[in-house]
Design a protein around this ligand. Structure first.
Ligand code: DAH
Length: 371
């Protein structure tokens, strides 16, 4: 009997050594030490033995159990260590390898256009400023010459917060980037040269309007600034952005409360044959045959009341400002036709219209190079 048991123990230990998977080890454990296992069954026979027999048998059976249990533990650990080794070998990362040719993730066209704007305007000596998206009505309206009763306020479809903020001001989601003009002038004083790209909000939604969209504001404050500076700056910027030297601007009289005079800026385009009918191609004199004008942005000379609100002396400093939709710029340049797709988060759209994460816009490489 003893040799029979010893043989069975030796056999079990042998099979454990050969087990290649945790499941095999577990099967062997159940067979020997499980509730119905043969060692457990042997343990149960102890109760029926005489005290003398039990004294002799108990340590022997206990010893078999201990040896098998220890061998199981050992094999389990060895298998786990082997599995870990294999995983580490398979998962190792060689940081010296070049980046994959098709990196995951793309830069959203809006981010790309904002980077392009920053690059172009940095070259003209502009800094990039920002302001809060949760604004108060003084910065968003009042300081921009839109008093409480000003009809232009109603045109902005404003999202208001139920509670007032500091100084009892009504809080809102900014409806345009123009309040950054006020904040920048109050914080930095004159002279100034900045752009302020960012999110703005209006309660409006269809194929060309989303409740959140992006604008970029431009502001230049200095001595002796006039409309000619505005026109040259916009022309230089738009030619760089659309990468067309034949871009022609038309300044049209308009009205904004925060500028005086105000001008709307159109760009000339030509109608050319496309695969699905005529397409507008930017460039050329909009009045020429087969051409037209497309409205692009609002701008003007900063109203002296705005300068006064922001603590800048209008008898010393003048300035121009402009504001335009970043999403619209992206659509025009990169040919998307539905604004809502910008914010759907559809990976197929992002892969199609997105930009490589390593493609930094630069004036020397071409401002919209996809790389
Ligand atoms: N803030 C205006 C809007 O959202 C756009 C604008 C027009 C900004 C003229 C300006 C400007 O700075 O001078 O409709």
């Amino acid at each position: 009997m003893t040799t029979e048991h010893d043989q069975r123990v030796a056999d079990t230990l042998d099979r454990l050594r050969q087990a290649q998977a945790p499941a095999q080890v577990e099967a062997i454990r159940i067979e020997a030490l499980g509730k119905q296992g043969w060692v457990s069954q042997l343990m149960k026979t102890l109760g029926a033995m005489t005290p003398e027999a039990r004294q002799a048998e108990a340590p022997r059976i206990q010893g078999m159990r201990t040896r098998i249990a220890a061998a199981i533990e050992e094999r389990k650990e060895a298998l786990e260590a082997e599995a870990l080794e294999r995983r580490l070998a398979a998962e190792h990362l060689d940081l010296t390898l070049p980046a994959p040719e098709q990196p995951l993730g793309t830069v959203h066209p809006v981010s790309q256009v904002m980077d392009e704007l920053a690059e172009i305007f940095a070259d003209l000596g502009f800094t990039v400023a920002s302001g809060p998206e949760i604004e108060d009505d003084w910065h968003n309206f009042t300081a921009l010459n839109m008093a409480e009763t000003h009809p232009a306020r109603a045109m902005h479809d404003t999202f208001y917060f139920p509670d007032t903020g500091p100084r009892g001001r009504r809080m809102l989601l900014r409806t345009h980037t123009s309040p950054v003009q006020i904040r920048a002038m109050m914080e930095q004083g004159a002279p100034l040269r900045l752009i302020a790209p960012g999110r703005v909000y209006r309660s409006d939604s269809d194929a060309t309007h989303t409740p959140m969209f992006h604008q970029v504001e431009g502001l230049v404050i200095d001595r002796g600034i006039h409309l000619g500076h505005l026109k040259w700056t916009l022309e230089t910027f738009l030619r760089a952005f659309f990468e067309r030297n034949d871009l022609v601007l038309r300044l049209r009289p308009s009205y904004f409360p925060f500028t005086e005079p105000s001008v709307e800026v159109d760009v000339g385009f030509a109608l050319e044959d496309g695969p699905r009918g005529p397409v507008r191609v930017l460039g050329g004199d909009g009045d020429a045959p087969g051409h037209g004008w497309m409205e692009l942005l609002g701008s003007g000379m900063v109203n002296r009341r705005v300068l006064e609100s922001a603590g800048v002396d209008p008898d010393v400093y003048q300035g121009f400002a402009f504001g335009l939709g970043v999403d619209r710029l992206a659509m025009l340049k990169y040919g998307m036709d539905d604004l809502r797709a910008f914010f759907d988060g559809d990976l197929r759209w992002l892969r199609h219209y997105g930009f490589g994460p390593f493609a930094q816009p630069s004036l020397s490489a071409g401002i919209g190079a996809r790389a």
